[in-house]
Write a protein that binds this ligand. Structure first.
Ligand code: SF4
Ligand code: ZN
Ligand code: ZN
Length: 314
């Protein structure tokens, strides 16, 4: 297998694009394509300040690397969830982010959930769900809140996340199986800003997971290999496995699925269900972030409850 551009030995073959590239051309191709997607979906411009949500995984660190390589002003935000899982998951993830930022002289902000809110995510979720179920709903809701607050308070124009095509296709698959029109209306490379909510973008949404992994490897980016221990058995993993089987038999299935959805959305599909909660948004009386919930937002209510229950246990 030879590189299409220089005929040297290729390191990757992207069957869906019928394209093989050597290490040098591949590590140029990823930033070139990212820049193309940034422009195509009007994600942000050269003057914008970007906050990249980094988890210590390959996608978010590769994204931070690419944006920096492209010359954008991008800071990182790491949220310490306090997840151990017998492998020191959060500690490991944090240290990969810190090493990455220090080696490149980049600015990394660290938000430690236990220090700031009084309990790590698994303990908080246990106290809310009384020891039953996964911590994922508390975790996801808290992360969304913290990321938005960090971006708004820090005066950033845009919040970038490292979601890749496998993530997006799996989410789309789930949303389609449930005909979740509200989610289908909101999914996409850009979620526009609204009062109190920063613009969110996913510059890697058209790259396969193996492509971001190959980029991280070729750029010698060290990242946490383990998945969060709480992700085991998650529906999103089952959807990814199902889509992988389809992709193996028909290369390009995931990309086609996602791009066809974007095309349909561009033609007005789901337009009537777009943003059904927009008119109900109001600032939370406690934290000021927009919410559609009556009274306090879900974040404030949940963490009030966590603190009350922890106080009772003391
Ligand atoms: Fe949070 Fe882990 Fe669940 Fe992901 S899998 S939402 S990181 S607890
Ligand atoms: Zn080449
Ligand atoms: Zn609130």
């Amino acid at each position: 297998m030879k590189c299409r551009k220089c005929q040297r030995k290729a390191v990757i073959n992207m069957r869906q694009h019928k394209l093989s590239l050597c290490a040098e051309h591949y590590t140029d191709w990823i930033p070139d394509q990212t820049q193309r997607f940034i422009e195509k979906y009007a994600m942000f411009g050269r003057q914008d300040r970007i906050l990249v949500a980094v988890s210590g995984g390959k996608d978010s660190l590769a994204l931070w690397d690419v944006l920096t390589k492209l010359g954008y002003e991008a800071d990182g935000l790491y949220i310490g969830l306090g997840i151990d899982g017998g492998i020191g998951y959060s500690d490991q993830s944090k240290s990969f982010c810190e090493i990455f930022a220090a080696a490149r002289g980049l600015n990394l902000q660290v938000y430690d959930v236990a220090d700031r809110l009084g309990a790590p995510i698994p303990l908080a979720a246990d106290s809310v769900h009384r020891g039953r179920g996964r911590p994922c709903s508390v975790c996801g809701m808290s992360r969304r809140h913290i990321m938005n607050a960090a971006a708004v308070d820090g005066g950033y124009d845009v919040l970038a996340t490292g979601h890749n095509l496998d993530d997006e296709a799996a989410t789309l698959f789930g949303n389609t199986l449930h005909w979740s029109l509200e989610h289908l209306a909101r999914q996409g490379p850009v979620l526009e800003a609204r009062t109190g909510l920063v613009r969110k973008v996913k510059p890697f949404c058209r790259f396969y997971e193996r492509e971001t992994a190959a980029y991280a490897l070729l750029r010698s980016i060290d990242y946490v290999y383990d998945e969060c221990p709480h992700s085991e058995g998650a529906k999103s993993i089952y959807y990814k496995q199902t889509l992988n089987k389809m992709e193996d038999e028909r290369p390009g299935t995931k990309l086609h699925f996602y791009l066809s959805y974007l095309a349909a959305k561009g033609q007005g599909a789901f337009a009537e269900t777009a943003d059904p909660g927009a008119e109900r948004l109001h600032p939370c009386p406690t934290c000021g972030q927009p919410t559609t919930a009556p009274g306090e937002c879900a974040f404030c209510r949940t963490w009030d409850q966590v603190r009350e229950r922890s106080a009772l246990l003391l």
